[in-house]
Design a protein around this ligand. Structure first.
Ligand SMILES: *Cc1c(COP(=O)(O)O)cnc(C)c1O
Length: 408
C-alpha cells in the first residue's frame, strides 16, 4: 500500500504564500499599522513602503510606478480596466471585444456591459484555444472602445498572441487590455513589448496573499474609477490600501522575477514528465491546449470514458488536488466554457483534468500521481457502458446501443 501524501497540483487556482512573503507582511499588521494617507510618521513610513512596492511591481513588467494601481486582485483589475474604459466613453454605446476563453471576470463584465447600453463581441478560438488576431481585426468597428484578450489561459495554458493582436488594435486607435494573471512573474512579460494599454495581475497566483493585485494603466489612458471615495491610488481606486497584502505582493514579485528561469525549468520538466507518463501508460487520452505555446506549469488532459468528477473525488481521497473540466470553483457541473469554446465534445470535456504545477512540487509528486491515476481510471472505465474491459478500448456509441438492444 502506498503511503498517503498530499499533492497539490492546482496552482492555477491559487498558490500557497511563500514564507518570505509572509514574513514581509507580518510587521504591517502590528508595529507598522499606520494609514498610508496619514500625515504623521506612522503613516509616512507605510506610505514609503507602498511606494517601494509599487516600484517593484512596475519594474517587473517594464512599467513606470505611476502606472500601477493596486486592487483587491485580478477580478477587480479586470473590472476596472474594462468597465472603467467603457464608463469613461460615456453611456452611449460603444463596444467591447473579448474572446470565448476569458476568465469570468472579463466575460461577465462583457455580459453586464452589453445589458447596459454597450455592445460586446466575443471572438472564437481554434481547437488549441488560440485567438486568431485576424478575427479580432474583423470584429473591430468604429464604435469599439476596448479589446481584452488574456495572456495565458488558466484552464489549458494556451498563450495568446497578445503582441500581434495589440498591433492590430492600436492601428484602429482602440484600447487594449490583457489579463496576465496566469503569466506575470512566471514567463517573461513586458508592457511595452506587448504594447498593451492595461494589464491585470494578481497576488495569490504567484505566492502572495489572496485579495491583492494590480492593474497597469498606461499613462494617458482614460478610465473612470469604479469605487468612489478618498483619493487613494491617484483617484482611480478609493479605499485604504491593503498594506500588508501589497508589501507581500511586491515580495512575491521580487522572488518570482529572481527565480523565473529556475521556476520555468522546474515546473516544465515535472509537467512534461507527467504528460509523457500519462500518454505512455494510459490509453485513450488527449492533450488540451496548445502543445508548445503553453504556460509551463499547466497540463490539461482528457480521459475518454471517464467522469471527471469521479476522478477528482478518487484522486482527492488519496490526497491529490486537481481541477476538472467542469466549471471550476463554483462546484457547478457545467462543462468548462474554455473546453467548449475549443470544440471539444461534451463527453470528453467531462473526462478532463487540469494539473497545474508550482515551485514546491517534486518528482515524487509525479510518481505519486502515477501510482494512483492509471488504477483509478481503470476502475472508473470498468463501469462505463462505453468501455470494453476485455479489449481495453472505447466502444462507439452506435456499438454500445446495438449491444444494449441485443441484451449483451
Ligand atoms: C485567478 C484569475 C483571475 C482572478 O484573480 P483574483 O485575484 O482571484 O480575483 C483572473 N484572471 C485569471 C486568468 C485568473 O487565473
Amino acid at each position: 500500500m502506498n503511503e498517503l501524501r498530499r499533492v497539490y497540483l492546482d496552482h492555477n487556482a491559487t498558490a500557497p504564500v511563500h514564507p518570505e512573503v509572509l514574513e514581509a507582511m507580518l510587521p504591517f499588521f502590528q508595529s507598522e499599522y499606520g494609514n498610508p494617507s496619514s500625515v504623521h510618521q506612522f503613516g509616512r513610513s507605510v506610505k514609503a513602503k507602498i511606494s517601494e512596492a509599487r516600484e517593484t511591481v512596475a519594474h517587473a513588467m517594464g512599467a513606470d510606478p505611476s502606472e500601477i494601481y493596486f486592487t483587491s486582485g485580478g477580478t477587480e483589475a479586470d473590472n476596472l480596466a474594462v468597465k472603467g474604459a467603457a464608463f469613461a466613453r460615456g453611456p452611449n454605446g460603444g463596444g467591447i471585444i473579448t474572446s470565448t476563453i476569458e476568465h469570468p471576470a472579463i466575460l461577465e463584465v462583457a455580459k453586464y456591459l452589453s445589458k447596459n447600453g454597450y455592445k460586446s463581441a466575443i471572438v472564437e478560438v481554434d481547437s488549441d484555444a488560440m485567438v486568431d488576431p485576424e478575427a479580432v481585426r474583423e470584429a473591430i468597428d468604429d464604435e469599439t472602445i476596448i479589446v481584452s484578450i488574456m495572456h495565458g489561459n488558466s484552464e489549458v495554458g494556451s498563450i495568446q498572441p497578445v503582441k500581434k493582436i495589440t498591433g492590430i488594435v492600436k492601428e484602429r486607435g482602440v484600447l487594449m487590455h490583457t489579463d496576465a494573471v496566469q503569466t506575470f512573474c512566471k514567463i517573461p512579460l513586458n508592457v511595452d513589448d506587448l504594447g498593451v494599454d492595461m494589464m491585470s495581475v494578481s497576488g495569490h497566483k504567484i505566492y502572495a496573499a489572496k485579495g491583492v493585485g494590480a492593474l497597469y494603466i498606461r499613462k494617458g489612458t482614460k478610465i473612470h474609477p469604479l469605487a468612489h471615495g478618498g483619493h487613494h491610488e491617484r483617484g482611480r481606486r478609493a479605499g485604504t490600501e491593503n498594506v500588508a497584502g501589497i508589501i507581500g505582493f511586491a515580495k512575491a514579485v521580487e522572488i518570482g522575477m529572481a527565480n523565473m528561469d529556475t521556476y520555468i525549468e522546474h515546473v516544465k520538466s515535472l509537467r512534461d514528465d507527467l504528460q509523457k507518463r500519462i500518454t505512455d501508460e494510459i490509453p485513450f487520452v488527449r492533450l488540451n491546449g496548445h502543445p508548445t505555446e503553453r504556460t509551463p506549469g499547466t497540463l490539461n488532459m482528457s480521459f475518454e470514458c471517464v467522469e471527471g468528477e469521479a476522478l477528482l473525488i478518487n484522486l482527492d481521497m488519496v490526497g491529490i488536488a486537481i481541477s476538472t473540466g467542469s466549471a471550476c470553483s463554483s462546484g457547478s457541473l457545467d462543462p468548462s466554457h474554455v473546453l467548449m469554446a475549443m470544440g471539444i465534445p461534451h463527453e470528453i470535456i467531462h473526462g478532463s483534468l487540469r494539473f497545474s504545477f508550482g515551485s514546491g512540487n517534486t518528482t515524487e509528486d509525479v510518481d505519486y500521481v502515477m501510482s494512483h491515476l492509471p488504477r483509478i481510471i481503470n476502475t472508473i472505465r470498468e463501469i462505463s457502458p462505453l468501455w470494453n474491459p476485455q479489449k481495453q478500448e472505447v466502444i462507439s456509441l452506435e456499438q454500445a446501443e446495438s449491444d444494449a438492444n441485443l441484451g449483451r
